[in-house]
Design a protein around this ligand. Structure first.
Ligand code: PGA
Length: 255
């Protein structure tokens, strides 16, 4: 089964009401391939989720940027996975490196979150990735394997998981991984899934790349055999996000 190209737009903690409406209008007017070819998910901050969900074109979906690790209750400031389901939000980003580093989310905590979100019926974009120091010390694969294992330990059905490989040194820095660097890790991750989880999961799970993806570098990256899409931060707030959504199609038509 072919893996459908997946493009996520992570708006992070950005936007006013006016700006959010403008971004949605821009997305609604963009000419992009049909959802049969590309799955598009945008992730506004929590407070804008219902608005974006109501205004956004029906072929795009919305995702939250986080959710609580278990059922809701006395957890001040948190948003539960059940609330997202209740509002018709189909998807959530979990384990983003900004949360891992700034909010001390451990591999195990992220694994628990992924398992819980899946258990209530959400789709999950699970993020992993090494720091510059880890890359330079040669431990990239050990780091991303440990992060993925913490998820695999808790999850038995991978159908609704998209794995986002986002090297921390490439996030928001303008320093994108080369197509070769990204492909190398994606291939290794697929091998890891094959050996540790199973052949079917390895063949069907989308592994997307994130870290300074933009309209100019997306085509070459999308041509790599094990890159199944992107998680885009900064450029997802700009018109070039439409170019990124079109990257695979453009590439194929050029072949
Ligand atoms: P960036 O962010 O595209 O701005 O580097 C990517 C991400 O954090 O998902």
């Amino acid at each position: 089964m072919a893996r459908k190209f997946f493009i996520g737009g992570n708006w992070k903690c950005n936007g006013t009401l006016e700006e959010v409406k403008k971004i949605v209008s821009m997305l609604n007017e963009a000419e992009v391939p049909s959802e049969n070819f590309v799955e598009v998910v945008v992730s506004p901050p929590f407070v804008f989720l219902p608005l974006v969900e109501s205004l956004l074109r029906p072929d795009f979906q919305v995702a939250a940027q986080n959710c609580w690790v278990r059922k809701g209750g006395a957890f001040t400031g948190e948003i539960s996975a059940e609330m997202l389901v209740n509002l018709g939000i189909p998807c959530v980003i979990l384990g983003h490196s900004e949360r891992r580093s700034l909010l001390n989310e451990s591999n195990e905590f992220v694994g628990d979150k992924v398992a819980y979100a899946l258990s209530v019926g959400l789709k999950v974009i699970a993020c992993i990735g090494e720091t510059l120091q880890q890359r330079e010390s040669g431990s990239t694969m050990a780091v991303v394997a440990a992060q993925t294992k913490a998820i695999a330990d808790k999850v038995s059905n991978w159908t609704h998981v998209v794995l986002a490989y986002e090297p921390v040194w490439a996030i928001g820095t303008g320093k994108v991984a080369t197509p070769g660097q990204a492909q190398e890790v994606h291939l290794e991750l697929r091998k890891w899934l094959h050996d540790s989880v199973g052949a079917e999961v390895a063949a069907t799970t989308r592994i997307i790349y994130g870290g300074s993806v933009n309209g100019a570098n997306c085509r070459e990256l999308s041509a790599q055999p094990d890159i199944d899409g992107f998680l885009v931060g900064g450029a997802s707030l700009k018109p070039e996000f439409a170019d990124i959504i079109r990257s695979l199609t453009v590439m194929k038509s050029q072949l």
